[in-house]
Design a protein around this ligand. Structure first.
Ligand code: SF4
Ligand code: SF4
Length: 472
């Protein structure tokens, strides 16, 4: 097999030899300061880096250059995403699954956990609970099971979610994280009005992939790896990729992840909308120590910084798998979206206490959404509940063009302030309101256009009067 990023064959665009050669090249040049300086110079143009150059930065062992990598990642994050962090929550619909993934407690052989699938009434209750927290953006999750969770079930749930209007609440964007499927099913998801289609590769290493997925349809490496091409053929132009760090060697995964991004850009003219960076975590019958590729917090942060530099226009997501301390550090280096107040079990939002029996993974950040919003503001960020882009038709290459021209900033910043104001009025605690109003007042002044500042002030007054859902 020959490496070809334009190929539609998984083993050619994620080519094992090319990855091994890249990892070898990076290792050989990790102390080559001349080359590293050249790469950093290239990176400072903010046009991204290819997988080889980025892999050299990841391998770099010179302390002063590593600090430069962190500084540059931080600067790129500021330039492209400002101090805004978009918030979302996962919603688990069903833990029925026919696959045998060794790292996930929902695997078919696990008889310890109760299997549960939400009815439409239960979906509605979960959505109301999520709206009452203040969420506007969800990522729905379901195991792969053609009998229990067919595409019709997923579509029905999406319909239910969008239809619930409780008090001032509304879910305005539903992202979907379900198993690799057919072009026809992707078309149906597109027609249902989804935001991003998310599918983690888990590992790009085919041999490891097949070992970790011994049974079920997910065992088919090509079917899984080529899923984003089918999604794009089905009309979904915002796709989210990611690996489960800890399954295989991180430098292999890092190169594979960037090669996947390069492939999507080369073939479809638009790279991934988001990249997620989950790590293997403890769960029922899953012990992270069983996977010998776990990586330190330090290396995890370095990976995030190198992703930020390599693909500046791609959003980066971190979940509540990570502790508040790690989240704080990594947000600074390039993360643009985080989950908050998450329950990773089926039906978890309607329970008083966080239930553990159907959890997909152990949550390390247990704070409520209000606490997360409060913490973000105390750390200098603007929490945003913005969902404007796909609702304004800004998806795929239209979105990327706007990003690359810098124009997107004129939408993100005011939208963040207006959606934050909605949160403060409808859901926040007293202390969060006090903090938030000060943040909004301060940040209005940072909107470049005085005309837009005036519009935002006028709309903020209307939000106080009861209007909702303004957007640029
Ligand atoms: S990772 Fe997904 S496909 Fe695998 S067992 Fe868990 S829910 Fe099923
Ligand atoms: S304006 Fe678009 S890119 Fe910016 S935060 Fe909103 S949805 Fe995201």
């Amino acid at each position: 097999m020959k490496y070809d990023k334009n190929s539609l064959k998984a083993e050619e665009f994620i080519n094992n030899e090319e990855i091994l050669e890249t990892v070898r090249y990076a290792e050989e040049h990790k102390d080559d300061l001349k080359l590293i300086d050249e790469i950093l110079k290239k990176a400072k143009k903010r046009k991204g880096l290819d997988h080889r150059d980025a892999s050299v930065l990841l391998a770099c062992s010179d302390e002063s250059r590593i600090n430069e990598i962190y500084d540059l990642a931080e600067q790129i994050k500021k330039d492209f995403y400002g101090n805004r962090i978009v918030l979302f929550a996962p919603l688990y619909l069903s833990n029925y699954c026919v696959n045998g993934c060794l790292y996930c407690p929902y695997h078919i052989k696990n008889k310890n956990i109760p299997r549960k699938k939400l009815t439409q009434e239960e979906v509605a209750k979960e959505v109301i609970a999520l709206q009452d927290m203040g969420h506007k953006r969800l990522a729905i999750e379901a195991g792969e099971d053609p009998v229990n969770n067919p595409i019709e079930y997923i579509l029905e749930c999406i319909d239910t979610i969008y239809s619930i209007k409780h008090k001032n609440g509304a879910i305005r964007r539903v992202n979907v994280n379900i198993a690799a499927t057919t072009v026809d099913d992707y078309k149906k998801l597109k027609d249902a009005g989804i935001g991003t289609y998310i599918l983690f590769q888990e590992t790009y290493n085919k041999t490891e992939y097949e070992r970790l997925h011994p049974t079920g349809p997910k065992h088919d490496y090509a079917w899984h790896t080529e899923a984003m091409d089918r999604a794009m053929d089905g009309g979904i132009d915002d796709v989210g990729i990611g690996v489960l760090f800890g399954l295989d060697n991180y430098s292999y995964e890092f190169a594979g992840l960037l090669m996947h991004a390069e492939h999507l850009e080369a073939v479809h003219g638009v790279g991934p909308h988001t990249i997620s960076v989950p790590r293997v975590k403890r769960a029922d019958d899953i012990d992270p120590d069983d996977f010998d590729n776990s990586l330190s917090d330090e290396m995890f942060c370095k990976i995030a910084a190198c992703i930020r530099i390599a693909v500046p226009y791609t959003g980066m997501i971190i979940s509540t798998r990570e502790t508040p301390e790690v989240r704080e550090k990594i947000i600074r280096l390039g993360v643009s979206q985080i989950s908050g107040g998450s329950r990773t079990s089926v039906g978890g939002y309607c329970e008083e206490e966080r239930p553990h029996d159907t959890e997909q993974f152990d949550v390390s950040d247990n704070r409520t959404l209000d606490e997360v919003v409060n913490w973000l503001m105390r750390s200098g960020y603007i929490p945003s509940f913005c969902t404007a882009c796909y609702r304004e038709g800004r998806t795929g290459d239209r979105f990327m063009e706007l990003c690359k021209s810098g124009q997107i900033q004129n939408c993100c910043h005011p939208n963040a302030l207006m959606t934050l104001k909605e949160f403060l009025l409808d859901y926040a605690s007293e202390d969060t309101v006090r903090l938030g109003d000060a943040v909004i007042e301060r940040e209005i002044g940072n909107i470049p256009s005085s005309k837009v500042q005036d519009i935002v002030r006028e709309r903020l007054t209307r939000i106080v009067e009861g209007d909702r859902d303004f957007r640029f």
